[in-house]
Design a binder for this molecule. Structure first.
Ligand code: AMP
Length: 267
């Protein structure tokens, strides 16, 4: 598990014509991981920590929408403007808009450094589109990590979450407070509460998760890719748990002893 120079994910956040500041080193067996779990379970924080350990790039669809929010309205397509309105309410953006955006950035999925998909796929239609694309490209997913946490803990995490305006580092008002209130420890940027972390949006997001995203657990279980991980404890504890689960998973799924087991589909 190689450490990696921090990448600004420019090609993902700004679009395919942008160049990443540090392209991840290609490895023979890149980690291609989907992070599943309800909003607030800590997927973004884990993606950041796992990126440092696995080298795979953190690809969050929510971050692409938030990056678009900071742009001039005249630079945005009508579909993107509509997407930002869905996001503001806490609703899911329509599949067609999300898929167009991901497909446009499919170079990031082909990257030899691998990826950690955070917040995508979020519906069965998105999961089917990803499966098709990865199948066509001959790029199998390594695993789908499903972070599990009781709903009361999820609500507490979402309501206390604070994000840095500049570097997007994530803090929590009580569980992971910054050294100075309202200021990012990492870059000195201002911390803010995401519009969709306000109580009125949180209940809509949790309902959208139950309705649209929870069915992905069975989808990936049927494909033999689901790796459940408890999302309790500190971010570092959860990361350590994820890394040991992934290591055991890779040994198990690449073991010759599995030759007699049904082949895992080429996702
Ligand atoms: P996140 O940061 O992943 O919680 O995403 C923030 C918001 O962006 C979500 O509440 C949705 O409005 C929108 N969004 C992000 N990813 C997706 C997706 N894969 N499908 C639909 N909407 C998405």
């Amino acid at each position: 598990m190689a450490a990696q120079t921090k990448n600004d994910r420019a090609a993902w956040l700004q679009g395919p014509s942008a160049r990443c500041s540090a392209v991840p080193e290609a490895t023979q067996t890149p980690w291609r991981i989907v992070l599943l779990g309800a909003p607030g379970v800590g997927k973004g924080t884990q993606a950041e920590l796992l990126n440092l350990r696995l080298g795979a790039c953190h690809l969050s669809t929510g971050d692409v929408f938030r990056a678009a929010k900071g742009r001039d309205a005249c630079e945005l397509s009508p579909a993107m403007k509509a997407a930002l309105e869905y996001m503001r309410r806490g609703d899911l953006v329509p599949d067609a808009t999300v898929w167009d955006m991901v497909r446009e950035r499919s170079g990031c999925l082909r990257c030899g450094g691998g990826f950690l998909l955070d917040g995508f796929p979020r519906t069965l239609a998105q999961a089917e589109s990803l499966k098709l694309l990865m199948g066509e490209e001959g790029l199998p997913l390594t695993a789908v990590v499903n972070y599990e946490l009781p709903v009361n803990a999820i609500v507490a995490r979402l309501s206390g979450r604070r994000t840095c305006e500049t570097c997007k580092a994530v803090f929590h008002a009580t569980e992971r407070p910054p050294k100075t209130a309202g200021i990012c420890d990492r870059c000195g940027g201002k911390l803010f509460q995401r519009e969709d972390d306000r109580p009125e949006s949180v209940s809509i997001r949790l309902a959208a998760y139950d309705r649209s995203t929870a069915p992905l657990i069975a989808f990936y279980k049927n494909l033999g890719l689901l790796l459940p991980v408890a999302a309790t404890g500190s971010p570092e504890d959860i990361c350590a748990r994820t890394l040991s689960a992934l290591t055991a998973w890779r040994i198990r799924t690449s073991s010759p002893a599995l030759d007699s087991a049904p082949a895992r589909p080429n996702l």
